[in-house]
Structures are given as structure tokens and as C-alpha cells.
Write a protein that binds this ligand. Structure first.
Ligand code: AHR
Length: 305
């Protein structure tokens, strides 16, 4: 492996194999597993050596992994930042070592945008807006929403929350009566929903979950409480994992906004371009769709995650 631009540009050809360090958040959701697999499979296809570090949902683990990648002299580093803040020192260390960093999936809040080479991911604000706009059109006479938030401090939770609240401001009939974190995890989504059902009972008419795993956990809690998800309580969520699209087709969930995790190819294209000295977009967003009763069943056969 080599860090020099020309050797790295040769990348995966000949004996100059590209080495990439990948600091993943963890394995909190089905989305995350699909994302990890996408980067792993594509690395294998291209003959890239991928050094994978599971952050186990702790930023300090990710920072330690990035420092270790720097010490090993990898050609490039990919970070899926668990939280938005606190990255500047380690990004500065990577920059000093001349190792480009591609921020993936979740954005970082930094005082110096030159500390990372590129961002590749979804527009979380747009996802939250799509979910809220869908509700505004389809909620009928339902008004009361409970929100299951993602990991506190993550760009995904911050943006999805803000976009949803901003959009609701235009629809004063819709209001959030409770909002708590389920950390993007199915089991926690279920526990939080159980507690909310105890507290609010029949007042809950809509669930807005920041990801499908929490929504699927909430569905279990709703069913165990003797209610019919999708009817008694409307469920709107984000990710469009296959299981959720199936739940929409089955009428247990009402809408899921896609957040495509399959960006392995785009990540390595970006890295290869950077190492070859070619210009890359500073921020590149995936295009995401929305699935509801009108298109979920038809989309199922081609869902890849
Ligand atoms: O950062 C993207 C979010 O993280 C996905 O929506 C969620 O499922 C994942 O864990």
C-alpha cells in the first residue's frame, strides 16, 4: 500500500493495492448492516484492502480507529460519524498526515471544511421534509404525533427532527405530543413505544420514527397493546429497508422515505478520483424516493436491502 498520489492513483492495479480505513458507526440497524456490506463487497470487487472498525456506537472508538488508520499509513479514510461534533482534532491529524478523509452518510459540523475531502450520503433534512409533507397530505383528521428520535447528536436525528418540525409549523393541526430517542434500534423503539402507549393511550394517532427499525419495534408494541398499526395508529418512517417496504405493502406501515445505504461504489469512485488528483464534488447527495400504499408492493421485488 502507498500514500503517494501517483502510486495510489494506480490504486488496485498491479502490486500497488489501495488500502482504505473505514470507521463505521456500529451495527445499530438493518440499514447499517446493508451499508457495511456495500462497502465491504465493493472493496473486494475492486481489490481494495478495507480495514474495518466497528465503532460500537461510541465516538471515542471511532476516533481511536481513525488514529490507528493514520498510524498504519492507509491511502484514505472513510468515516460514518456517529455524532456531528468533536471531529476537528482527528481530522486535522489526518490532514497533516496527507490522508484524505471521505465523510460518509452523516455529516460533521466542523469549523474548517478543508479538513475532509468530500461528503457522500443522503440529505436527511429532505427526508424529514418528505415524511412531514406526506403526513400533511394523508393524515386526514389525525393530529397527535409521537416521535421516535434517532441517536442523539447524530446528523440523521438532528436533521430529520428539524425538517419535520419546520414542515409541521405550516400545518398547525399536526402536533408532536411526545418525542424520545430509540437510538435507531428496534428493541429500543419497541420499549419507547410501550412507554408512550402507557402514558398517552388512545391519544396517539401517528408515529414518526427516524428510522425503520424503530418503526418496526413500535409496530410490535402497538400490536401487543391490541391496536392495529397502520390503521389505529399511522406510521411514517425513514430508510425503506425491504422489511419496512413489505410492512407498507401489508398496510402495517403507511409510508417510508428511502435513505439509500448502498454507496460502496460511489465511495470508492470518490476516493480513487481524489487520489488521482481529479476534482470531486465536496458534498454529493443520493436521491431518495418515498414508498406508500401506491408503490410499495410494486417496488418490493427490486429492493436490494
Ligand atoms: O445515518 C443513517 C441512519 O443510521 C439510518 O437511517 C439508520 O437506520 C442508521 O442506523
Amino acid at each position: 500500500c502507498s500514500k503517494s498520489g501517483s502510486d495510489a492513483a494506480a490504486g488496485n492495479s498491479g502490486d500497488s493495492q489501495l488500502t482504505v480505513g473505514f470507521a463505521q458507526t456500529g451495527a445499530e440497524s438493518a440499514w447499517r448492516t446493508a451499508n457495511t456490506n456495500s462497502l465491504r463487497n465493493e472493496a473486494e470487487k475492486r481489490g481494495i484492502e478495507l480495514k474495518f472498525a466497528d465503532g460500537q456506537s461510541k465516538q471515542e472508538n471511532q476516533i481511536r480507529a481513525v488514529r490507528s488508520f493514520i498510524a498504519q499509513g492507509v491511502d484514505a479514510i472513510v468515516i460514518a460519524p456517529i455524532v456531528e461534533t468533536g471531529w476537528d482534532p482527528v481530522l486535522r491529524e489526518a490532514k497533516r498526515a496527507n490522508i484524505p478523509v471521505v465523510v460518509m452518510d452523516r455529516t460533521v459540523a466542523t469549523s474548517d471544511e478543508s479538513l475532509y475531502a468530500a461528503f457522500v450520503g443522503s440529505d436527511f433534512y429532505e427526508e424529514g421534509r418528505m415524511a412531514a409533507d406526506w403526513l400533511a397530505e394523508n393524515a386526514g383528521d389525525r393530529t397527535n404525533i409521537v416521535e421516535l428520535q434517532g441517536e442523539p447528536g447524530s446528523a440523521a436525528a438532528n436533521e430529520r427532527r428539524k425538517a419535520f418540525a419546520d414542515a409541521l409549523a405550516k400545518h398547525p393541526n399536526l402536533k408532536i405530543i411526545d418525542s424520545q430517542t430509540g437510538n435507531f434500534r428496534r428493541a429500543e423503539g419497541k420499549t419507547v413505544m410501550e412507554a408512550m402507549l402507557k402514558t398517552h393511550g388512545d391519544a396517539i394517532q401517528i408515529v414518526y420514527a427516524h428510522n425503520d427499525d424503530m418503526a418496526l419495534g413500535a409496530i410490535q408494541a402497538i400490536e401487543e397493546a391490541g391496536k392495529t398499526p397502520g390503521e389505529d395508529i399511522m406510521i411514517v418512517s425513514i430508510d425503506a429497508i425491504k422489511e419496512a417496504v413489505q410492512a407498507v405493502a401489508d398496510g402495517k406501515m403507511n409510508c417510508t422515505v428511502e435513505c439509500n445505504p448502498l454507496f460502496g461504489p460511489k465511495i470508492y469512485d470518490t476516493i480513487e478520483a481524489i487520489l488521482a488528483g481529479k476534482p470531486v464534488e465536496k458534498k454529493s447527495y443520493n436521491k431518495d424516493e418515498l414508498f406508500d400504499q401506491t408503490n410499495a408492493a410494486a417496488a418490493l421485488p427490486s429492493r436490494q436491502y
